[in-house]
Design a protein around this ligand. Structure first.
Ligand SMILES: [Fe+2]
Length: 296
């Protein structure tokens, strides 16, 4: 049986009043040209159009953006409630602007190497993020996103029916428990587990704004399907991990200094490409929350 995969029309470009959105794949992701995003701080119409484009394309990319840490924070605050605590520290004097700097981050207990949605192990996962590049290795250190609405849409009715009503345990120790244990150990690890316990989410969720359904599991965080044996759970998750990250659902961003990405952290997954050895890569990130979604 064929799926919608062969029938769907490409998402195409959109001409907004303030800018143009040029798609980077057939289903999601767009380059936004002709604006400085910081101008949306004082321009409600521009901000509204950015929200419209974000909802449609899920991931937006911008080149040559002038964005101070203060503006970065203010912009995040327009989208939602700024997430103060992260897995890296904030810029001095700017709580909520997380400093992601390599190679130092290779030493940390958490990595971005596997596919994931940020903080999916929280009861209220991150709604979205604004990631801003300051220094990037030439041609290397890309980030890839995967469209989980398209991945769900392409499932056959048999799989959609099967997944409906299933839920999954998200655990931030799923992929690297020994590394975390070795680095934190004992009381620090116990405290972290109390602060960030594993959380259950539906495998298929409904987006609060677009109302589209999407897959909400990922190889970095998804530990097990609730109510299944280990082997059953492994089989289901292995299929989903392979399906949800097919090249057809991927959009890759090659960074340059002053490139900005805004992504929907509910309906897309992402991962870093760590092909730059010990080269310097410095990003500022602002993440924000909003109300979480309901079961599909
Ligand atoms: Fe991430």
């Amino acid at each position: 049986m064929e799926t919608a995969f062969q029938e769907r029309s490409p998402i195409g470009q959109t001409r907004y009043q303030h800018f143009e959105a040029r798609p980077v794949t057939g289903t999601f992701g767009a380059w936004i040209t002709g604006i400085q995003v910081a101008d949306a701080l004082a321009n409600d119409e521009l901000f509204k159009e950015l929200c419209d484009a974000w909802l449609k394309y899920q991931v937006l990319f911008f080149r040559d953006q002038e964005l101070s840490p203060e503006q970065h924070l203010q912009l995040g605050g327009r989208f939602g409630e700024i997430q103060q605590l992260g897995y890296v520290g904030s810029l001095e004097g700017h709580d909520g602007v997380w400093v992601q700097e390599y190679p130092a981050m290779y030493e940390g207990p958490v990595s971005d190497i596997n596919w994931h949605a940020d903080s999916s192990f929280r009861s209220k996962p991150t709604r979205g993020s604004l990631l801003y590049a300051l220094d990037v290795p030439d041609g290397a250190g890309a980030t890839v996103w995967a469209d989980q609405c398209a991945a769900y849409d392409d499932l056959t009715p048999a799989w959609r029916t099967f997944l409906a009503g299933l839920s999954c345990i998200h655990d931030n120790l799923t992929r690297n428990p020994y590394r975390v244990f070795d680095q934190l150990g004992g009381k620090a690890l116990t405290d972290m587990r109390k602060f960030l316990p594993p959380t259950e989410h539906p495998v298929v969720c409904e987006h609060p704004e677009s109302r589209r359904r999407f897959l909400f599991v990922s190889e970095l965080m998804a530990r097990e399907i609730v109510g299944m044996s280990r082997n059953e759970s492994r089989a289901v998750l292995d299929f989903l991990f392979a399906h949800q990250t097919r090249p057809e659902y991927q959009a890759r961003l090659h960074w340059a200094p002053k490139t900005l990405a805004l992504w929907d952290n509910y309906s897309t997954l992402h991962r870093g490409i760590f092909d730059f050895g010990q080269s310097h890569r410095l990003m500022h990130r602002v993440s924000f929350n909003s109300d979480w979604i309901t079961d599909a």
